[in-house]
Design a protein around this ligand. Structure first.
Ligand code: HPA
Length: 236
C-alpha cells in the first residue's frame, strides 16, 4: 500500500498503462486483459492487473493534470517497483494539419509547470520521453502500418484561458497539440531513472472547434489502446 494506491505488494505489474479517466482504465482492462483483477480503488482511481498475450500488465488511472499524475506515477515507480509507464490520453490539436483521431507519440513535453523544478530541481521548460518505450511505440506503429506523429506537445496546467490562440511556449517548442500530464510523468521518470512514454489521440482541433463526440470516443481510442498494449509487451 502507498498513500494513494491500496494494492498489495506484488499486485502491480512492472508495466503500467495509464489513462487520465478511471472509467477508461476500467473499460480497457475489461476489454483487453485476461483475468483482470481490481487491485486498487482508492478515491475511485482504479488499477487493474491481468495479462495481455500472457504478459502481466496493470492498467490504471492518473487523474487530470501534473499534480495528480505526479502522485500516482511516483508511488508506482518508487513503492511498487514499476519500470515503465505508458500514458494513454487525449489531446487538443493546435493546428488543423492534425485531424481528429490522429495519434501522437510524445517525443518532448514543454510546460510552464513548476512541477519538475520544485520537485526535483530539473530546470527548463522541456523534458523528453524517458527510456526506450518511445522507440518501441514508434517501431510498433510502423510494423502495424499505423500512422503516428512523433512530435513535441504542450503539457499545460490550464484548460480554460482568457487568450485564444496557441500559447507562446507551445509555438517556441513546435508543439502540435496540448494535454495536461506528460511533463510531470517524464519528470518523475527522469528523477527515478525509469521509463515513461505518452501516446495521445487527437480528441479536439482547437482552431476549428471540432471534437470527437462522446459516442465516437469509445471506439476511436481502440487503435491507441492496442498500440500501447502491443508496445508494452515488448518492454517486459
Ligand atoms: N486542452 C488540454 N488538454 C486536453 C485538450 C485540450 O484542448 N483536449 C484533450 N486534452
Amino acid at each position: 500500500m502507498s498513500v494513494h494506491i491500496s494494492a498489495q505488494p506484488g499486485e502491480i505489474a512492472k508495466i503500467v498503462l495509464m489513462s487520465g479517466d478511471p472509467l477508461r482504465a476500467k473499460y480497457m482492462a475489461n476489454k483487453y486483459l485476461q483475468d483482470a483483477k481490481l487491485v486498487s480503488s482508492t478515491r475511485n482511481i482504479f488499477y487493474y492487473t491481468g495479462t495481455y498475450k500472457g504478459k502481466a500488465i496493470t492498467i490504471g488511472a492518473s487523474g487530470m493534470g501534473c499534480p495528480s499524475i505526479g502522485i500516482y506515477s511516483y508511488e508506482l515507480y518508487t513503492e511498487y517497483d514499476v519500470e515503465s509507464i505508458i500514458r494513454i490520453g487525449t489531446c487538443g490539436a493546435y493546428t488543423s494539419e492534425l485531424k481528429l483521431f490522429d495519434l501522437i507519440n510524445v517525443d518532448l513535453a514543454a510546460s510552464e509547470s513548476t512541477f519538475a523544478k520544485y520537485a526535483w530541481g530539473i530546470e527548463g521548460a522541456v523534458i523528453p520521453h524517458q527510456g526506450n518505450a518511445f522507440d518501441i511505440i514508434k517501431a510498433t506503429a510502423v510494423a502495424k502500418g499505423l500512422q503516428v506523429n512523433n512530435c513535441a506537445i504542450h503539457s499545460s496546467d490550464i484548460f480554460y484561458r482568457k487568450e485564444s490562440g496557441t500559447p507562446a511556449l507551445a509555438v517556441e517548442n513546435n508543439c502540435l497539440a496540448v494535454e495536461m500530464e506528460a511533463f510531470a510523468l517524464f519528470a518523475n521518470a527522469k528523477h527515478v531513472g525509469k521509463t515513461a512514454a505518452t501516446l495521445l489521440t487527437v480528441s479536439d482541433i482547437i482552431p476549428t472547434h471540432e471534437f470527437i463526440s462522446a459516442e465516437e470516443r469509445e471506439k476511436s481510442l481502440w487503435p491507441m489502446m492496442e498500440l500501447a498494449l502491443e508496445s508494452a509487451i515488448q518492454l517486459i
